[in-house]
Design a protein around this ligand. Sequence first.
Ligand SMILES: N[C@@H](CCC(=O)N[C@@H](CS)C(=O)NCC(=O)O)C(=O)O
Length: 230
Amino acid sequence: MPKYLLVSFKTCPWVQRSAIVLREKGAAFEFRHIEPDNRPDWFLAMSPHKKVPVLRIDDSVSLFESNAINEYLDETIAPRLHPDDPVQRAVNRAWTDYIPTFAESVTGMAYADDEAAYNKAAAKIPIAFERIDGALERQGAGPLFNGTKYSLVDAGYAPFLQRYFFLDRIRPIGLIGKYPRLKAWADTLMKRPSTHSFPEAEFEAMYRTNVKRRNKWISQFVADPAIAAE
Ligand SMILES: N[C@@H](CCC(=O)N[C@@H](CS)C(=O)NCC(=O)O)C(=O)O
C-alpha cells in the first residue's frame, strides 16, 4: 500500500471526511495537523488553494479537495464504498455534490454576527434537512445511506451532522428530532468509530473553543468549552 500523509487543521470537517474514508478502508496514514495561522511552506507548495485537506502519496503526488481525494481513495483501495450499480453510483455522487450546500446550511449559524443573522441562517436548516431526509426515504431502510453498506455519502455528511449536534448543544436548535429518519442516520454515523479522529469529548471541546474564539453571536453561549457530549 502506498504511504499516505493527510495534512489537516485539527477541527476541519473536510479533512475529517477524508480521514473517515482512510479509516473505513483500513489504510494506515500519517495524520499531520498544522495551524491555520501558520501554514508551513512545504504545505503551501503542495496545496493550490492553500487549504486542507491535502493527501500526499508516497512523498511524490499531492491531491487536494476532499471529494476528489475520496473518489481517488475509493478507486484505489478496497473495499469499494461506491455502489456497483451505475445509477446508484450517480445518485450517491449527486448527494456528495450537495454536501457544500448542506454544510453551509447547517453550520452557517456559527458565523452569524447578530441574532437576526443567526435566525436567518437557522432558517436554512429545515430546507437542507428535508432534502437529505427525502433522499434517505428514497434510498430505503437504512441504517446507512445505501442500507447496510457504508458509502462516500455517509463519510461526507458525518462531519457536518456532528457539527449540527455540537451547535445544538451550544444553543438548542431542536430541529433534527423532527426528521426521525435523518436523526437515526446521524446517530448511526456518530456511533461509528471511523467518524472520530479524536476522543469525542476532547474534540467537542476543541470545536467549542473555536466557536468561542471566533467571537460571533453564538460565541456568548459557549459557557465552558469543557462541557461536552453526554
Ligand atoms: N472544498 C474544500 C474545502 C476545504 C476547506 O475549506 N478547508 C478549510 C479548513 S476546514 C481551509 O483550509 N481553509 C483555509 C482557507 O480558506 O484559507 C474541500 O472539500 O477540501
